[in-house]
Design a protein around this ligand. Structure first.
Ligand code: GUN
Length: 283
């Protein structure tokens, strides 16, 4: 492996630039960008993600207000909170951590968020703008993957990219970003998934493999070509509770040109793009 796609280090340098932009904004007499985070229930992984997002806000000089709701909260109570946050001018971004309990309809909650405050870019209006090629916000994890590539001098243009996973949060929007005619795009994109026939045949011909399947160890050394680039979006918990990706790092790393680790790869980039979107939402 020639290049470790070190998201932690890159995120630190991008975040210090964002902190300077926030400081300049305050100096100009404007209010700090404000992010409201909403967590329903007590899933330990979601708690960690939300806490990290809030801490990063504070580190960058942004404000974060948090709403911890019990797992039994009704959909109408959650929608009422979102309506309150939509109307609050000190809140520029609203993040409802997913997944939500099964009695709450996720798409109804996403649709209730004011699209101008939808810093996750999950609202259908924002997805539509993205698909049409003029996004208001770029979705955080997909945008983070592209920054991680481009800022390591890996241009997806003209490359065969295979994305493993078709989720609304990662696979689908990432395919849109990578295929668009703009900097960081112009790739030839394949979306592979659980119904793909002979997954390895697809990944083996890819210049760039992006693993977003949510299955530990599902990308093995025999599935990637020598000299390829591998980005691991997986966040799985191992039997010991440790965070592991979708890629068998020890097996794949010696064979490829560049690879991102888990943790310390895409995760910190996702958070950085969320901070970028919150600053953008503040105007
Ligand atoms: N759950 C997993 N990833 C995300 C994300 O990027 N945003 C939100 N809101 N929930 C998530």
């Amino acid at each position: 492996m020639d290049v470790l796609l070190d998201g932690k280090k890159l995120a630190e340098s991008m975040q210090s630039e964002l902190a300077e932009r926030v400081a300049a904004r305050l100096k100009a007499g404007k209010t700090p960008p404000g992010l409201a985070t909403v967590l329903v229930g007590s899933d330990p992984a979601s708690q960690v993600y939300v806490r990290t997002k809030r801490r990063t806000c504070e580190k960058l000089g942004m404000t974060s207000t948090h709403y911890d709701l019990p797992p039994t909260v009704s959909q109408s109570e959650l929608l009422a909170l979102i309506a309150k946050l939509n109307a609050d001018s000190s809140v520029h971004g609203i993040l409802v951590q997913l997944p939500l309990p099964s009695h709450i309809e996720e798409s109804a909650v996403i649709r209730a968020i004011d699209p101008r405050k939808d810093v996750d870019a999950f609202h259908p209006e924002n997805l539509g703008l993205l698909a049409a090629g003029h996004p208001r916000f770029k979705p955080c994890t997909p945008a983070g993957v592209i920054e991680l590539l481009v800022r390591n001098d890996i241009d997806p243009a003209g490359q065969d990219v295979v994305i493993v996973g078709r989720s609304n949060i990662v696979g689908k929007p990432l395919a849109l970003l990578l295929a668009q005619k703009w900097p960081g795009g112009n790739a030839t994109v394949t979306i592979a998934h659980t119904r793909t026939r002979d997954l390895a045949a697809h990944t083996r011909r890819a210049d760039i493999v992006i693993a977003a399947a949510g299955q530990a160890g599902c990308i093995t050394a025999d599935m990637v070509k020598a000299g390829a680039v591998v980005v691991d979006v997986g966040t799985n918990r191992g039997p010991d509770g440790k965070l592991v990706g979708d890629v068998d790092f020890a097996g794949v790393a010696p064979k490829v040109r560049a690879i991102s680790p888990v943790p310390g790869g895409v995760g910190p980039m996702t958070i950085t793009m969320l901070m970028f979107n919150t600053l953008l939402a503040a105007g």
